[in-house]
Write a protein that binds this ligand. Structure first.
Ligand code: PLP
Length: 399
């Protein structure tokens, strides 16, 4: 008998499965608003100019040696400045334990494993809904999961009251997973005032905030503004954890470049925590990738290239914001009797449309429009060329 005859095929990833179905569809009208990767107005993937220029500067000068286990030191330094602020006293006091991670996913996983190892009886509170992979990550790290209220279908906005109650009812000293900006999949972020209240309440309860920041710069177009929630928590004296990713905001998706950081009480604690994070990485992948890790500090360490990057991030965010307005206006022009205000109220890469799974099935089967069945539209897949077609199809299935 076979060694692996008992192995059943794994369930398809709900997000990656959409792309497969899209690719298999021969229709010339097909539209992919499933995948969470930026596209230009022609629907094409983008390599940022600042990245191309950084590569030109690097080429031929790199060796292929292993990075230290903690990764590219300069990359990590620049990355922390983005999240914590250029003049953060935490940086000066060397209170942040940080390592290069395999993009945002790897950073989350490293933290989940760290949490399991050093707070073995803890749980993680995860928003409903969330990026589906969060569940997989903490499950595989064997950290039990609880949920907290986040999205209110009725308003297609934040369920702030229930969220606050859940924070209060969680046992003191719980771990909370928060999306720093551009919440995936809902596009719903707390306001600044709400963040202040959330921060205060977490502090009162002695909870640990873990920020997943996969879209810094993608929400507003300005990475500083998108770090506001984190800065509020730091002002309040929280010891946070933070996962950062350059997949979206630098377009480095497949390079797998990110960073995990944990704020510590002092330098000594940070040294210990960092050494343990490295210890966790060692038997998994030993050390992180070289190339993308050199692109990042080449850009962020050069004022001109950094400015170019900031312009390009803003360009991506602005195109998405423009497509939100266009989609909403098209639906209104078609005479839709529903409110589509949430399309422009929501922020970041996604619009949580409120379409039902059955309506999504109709969009796919009748109109060749592909998205996850939770009704999440990746605004990055919407273009001047397809927004009218998309609006018309949505109007048809929501009449
Ligand atoms: N976290 C959230 C909320 C995301 O949406 C994503 C990507 O879709 C990630 C993390 C991780 O992405 P990556 O591992 O490519 O950085």
């Amino acid at each position: 008998s076979s060694w692996w005859g008992h192995v059943e095929p794994a369930l398809k990833d709900p997000i990656l499965g959409v792309t497969e179905a899209f690719l298999a569809d021969p229709s010339p009208n097909k539209v992919n608003v499933g995948v969470g990767a930026y596209r230009d107005d022609n629907g094409k993937p983008v390599v940022l100019q600042c990245v191309r220029e950084a590569e030109r500067r690097i080429v031929g000068k790199q060796n292929m040696e292993y990075l230290p286990m903690g990764g590219n030191v300069k990359m990590v330094e620049e990355t922390l400045k983005l999240a914590y602020g250029e003049n953060s006293s935490l940086l000066k006091e060397k209170r942040i334990a940080a390592v290069q991670a395999l993009s945002g996913t790897g950073a989350c996983r490293l933290f989940a494993d760290f949490q399991k190892r050093f707070k073995p009886d803890s749980e993680i509170y995860i928003p409903v809904p969330t990026w589906s992979n969060h569940h997989n990550i903490w499950r595989d790290a064997q950290v039990p999961q609880k949920t907290f209220h986040y999205y209110l279908p009725k308003t297609k906005g934040l369920d702030f009251e229930s969220l606050m109650v859940d924070i209060e009812n969680a046992p003191n000293g719980s771990f909370f997973l928060l999306h720093a900006c551009a919440h995936n999949p809902t596009g719903v972020d707390p306001t600044e005032e709400q963040w202040r209240e959330i921060s205060h309440q977490l502090k009162v309860k002695g909870h640990f905030p873990f920020f997943d920041m996969a879209y810094q710069g993608f929400a507003s177009g300005d990475p500083e503004r998108d770090a506001k929630a984190i800065r509020i928590f730091l002002e309040d004296g929280h010891s946070i954890g933070c996962a950062q990713s350059y997949a979206k905001n630098m377009g480095l998706y497949g390079q797998r470049i990110g960073c995990l950081s944990v704020v510590c009480q002092d330098e000594k604690e940070a040294v210990a925590v960092k050494s343990q994070l490295q210890q966790i990485a060692r038997p998994m992948y030993s050390n992180p990738p070289v190339h993308g890790a050199q692109i990042v500090p080449t850009i962020l360490g050069d004022p001109d290239l950094k400015n170019l990057w900031l312009q390009e991030v803003k360009g991506m965010a602005d195109r998405i914001i423009g497509m939100r307005t266009a989609l909403k206006e098209n639906l209104e022009k078609l005479g839709s009797s529903l409110s589509w205000q949430h399309i422009t109220d929501q922020i970041g890469m996604f619009c949580y449309s409120g379409l039902t799974p059955e309506q999504v099935d109709r969009l796919t089967n009748e109109f060749h429009i592909y998205m996850t069945r939770n009704g999440r539209i990746s605004m990055a897949g919407v273009t001047t060329g397809n927004v009218g077609y998309l609006a018309n199809a949505i109007h048809e299935v929501t009449k």
